[in-house]
Ligand binder design. Structure first.
Ligand code: NAD
Length: 509
């Protein structure tokens, strides 16, 4: 592990700012922090050092009972949903401003709890969270129903209504933006929310709840209950007074939540789950240096801990060798370092469990005969630092190709024909994202249709990069396919997910 020292300045270092964090990880219910009901706690671990940051309550059904009751009271009282969409938008825009003002504080929490490099954490809390929130605030007034042509004495129209109490369960990989992905559309559509953040990173969501109250979101409209999935998570998704569940996390947990929701009262839900996305490179690309840079950027963002990370490189056999030659030097430069340094772009994995998971997959790839053209180092203690591994000559049935590793491991497969490229791109259970590199328009159109996923980028150059994808997702929306989940969250389509259409008829009026 390397770390670089920052230039001398009057500004305290991130290390000293981190040392002065005052941890409060109690549930935020009905507009205030409350002592948790359960006595049992677990340690919130800093993955950069593996030392404990604070103790968090494991939580239990009593905390969830109080939070759901508060959300229900708020909903029935109408303090939030009976406001006009424009008023709700105004409050959410104020919340976006407050998040911006508290960007450093939020970023430090995410940096410490899940090891996100500080500059990336600042960008998540600043641009990421506020852009998302503003997009739903802007969409709030565009949730429009339909009307029937008028006939004498009758009228019919449809009206979108909020679902009521929304249970939101989130993962740890983008703690503050994961919270906004849920509370943004849910609140914009007029619902009350009970959010259960990941046990690894509860603090920034709690802070957002505090800021939401300050922005004017009424007490009870946003409650946050930290704790474990097996205690707080299950109590939340099985609560009889929850009207809708929104989940982001692994496919295994998503399946479990579907089962629980079915057994509860058939609670409707949407799931944003895992991925195993393909970067498909044809041999007509103009600039392999561009492609190599994009392959690294897309495979290893957030140390590979991104649902849409492109962890499979599917490359035409004519350009496989030259592309690998260009990839390796850049991959070797991804040396993990302390997330509290401004210069760090590649931090530790989020937890010791995540490090063990990646080690087990690397071992399984080696045992299955995959060729490690780059084998990453794994630090065993004192920090969950893991550098990238690239496996060449993998085959479709290997676990490293089929399963989501959620760490810095890239698998390389090659093809000779367009049909083979499509088959490889579609060869896993997942359907989240894909990128295709080609300059051939008819091939591009075929790939865009044939590859099953929520969002696909077809590129001939690296210009615009991820920014164009992000804008398209915000405005156009998407839904995951296959085992990656279902349900829309972005844009007006996202607001529709968090609402129900009601048909209204007037006769003789
Ligand atoms: P996870 O499934 O282990 O946990 C996600 C959340 O579910 C956590 O808050 C956890 O406490 C909770 N949970 C666990 N068991 C539960 C249960 N039985 N009932 C209710 N809640 C329960 O996932 P993770 O390790 O936190 O996050 C990584 C996963 O998230 C990856 O699979 C990644 O692909 C996925 N993810 C998907 C998207 C997307 O948009 N598709 C975005 C980010 C992350």
């Amino acid at each position: 592990v390397t770390s670089s020292s920052s230039a001398p300045s009057a500004e305290p270092s991130w290390h000293s700012k981190a040392a002065s964090v005052d941890w409060d990880v109690r549930p935020f219910i009905d507009g205030e922090y409350r002592d948790p009901a359960a006595d049992a706690t677990y340690e919130d671990i800093d993955p950069a050092t593996e030392s404990a940051l604070c103790e968090v309550s494991v939580g239990d059904a009593r905390d969830i009972g109080a939070a759901v009751a508060s959300a229900r009271r708020c909903f029935e009282g109408g303090a939030w949903w009976e406001q006009s969409p424009a008023m709700r938008a105004e409050v959410l825009l104020k919340l976006a401003d407050l998040i911006d003002e508290h960007q450093e504080e939020l970023a430090i929490l995410d940096c410490l709890e899940m090891g996100k490099p500080i500059q990336a954490a600042l960008s998540d809390a600043g641009l990421g969270a506020t852009t998302l929130l503003k997009s739903w605030a802007g969409a709030a007034e565009h949730l429009l129903g339909q009307s029937l042509p008028l006939t004498p004495g009758t009228a019919g129209f449809s009206a979108w209504e909020p679902r009521g109490v929304v249970a939101a369960v989130t993962p740890w990989n983008f703690p503050v933006t994961n919270a906004i992905y849920k509370l943004g559309p849910a609140l914009a559509a007029g619902n009350s929310v009970v959010l259960k953040p990941s046990e690894l990173s509860p603090s920034s969501a709690l802070k957002v709840a505090e800021l939401a109250l300050e922005a004017g979101v009424p007490a009870g409209a946003l409650n946050v209950v930290p704790g474990l999935g097996s205690t707080v998570g299950e109590a939340l998704v099985t609560h009889r007074d929850v009207d809708f569940i929104t989940f982001t996390g692994s496919t295994a947990t998503g399946k479990r939540i579907m089962e629980l929701a079915g057994r509860s009262h058939a609670t409707p839900l949407i799931l944003e789950c895992g991925g195993k996305s393909a970067q498909v490179v044809f041999d007509d690309v103009a600039d392999l240096d561009d492609v190599a840079a994009a392959v690294l950027r897309d495979a290893f963002p957030n140390q590979g801990q991104v649902c849409a990370a492109h962890t499979r490189l599917v490359v035409h056999k004519n350009v496989r060798e030259p592309l690998l030659e260009r990839l390796l030097p850049g991959a070797r430069e991804l040396v993990p370092a302390s997330p509290l340094e401004d210069s760090t772009t590649f931090g530790p994995l989020a937890s010791p469990a995540q490090r063990d998971r990646v080690r087990a997959y690397v071992d399984s790839g080696l045992a299955a005969g995959a060729e490690p053209v780059l084998q990453g180092e794994i630090q065993e203690s004192g920090g969950c630092y893991v550098s990238p591994t690239i496996f060449d000559r993998v085959s479709t049935e290997m676990a490293i190709v089929q399963e989501e590793i959620f760490g810095p491991v890239l698998c390389v497969q090659s093809f000779a024909t367009d049909d083979e490229a499509i088959a490889l791109a579609n060869c896993t259970d997942y359907g989240l994202a894909a990128t295709v590199w080609t300059r051939d328009l008819s091939r591009a159109k075929r790939m865009a249709r044939a590859i099953r996923c929520a969002g696909i980028a077809v590129r001939s150059s690296a210009d615009e990069g991820r920014f164009a994808d992000f804008r398209s997702e915000l405005v156009l929306g998407y839904e995951p396919q296959k085992a990656s989940g279902f349900g829309a969250e972005m844009g007006v389509k996202g607001l529709e997910s968090y609402s129900v259409p009601k048909a209204v008829y007037f006769q003789g009026l």
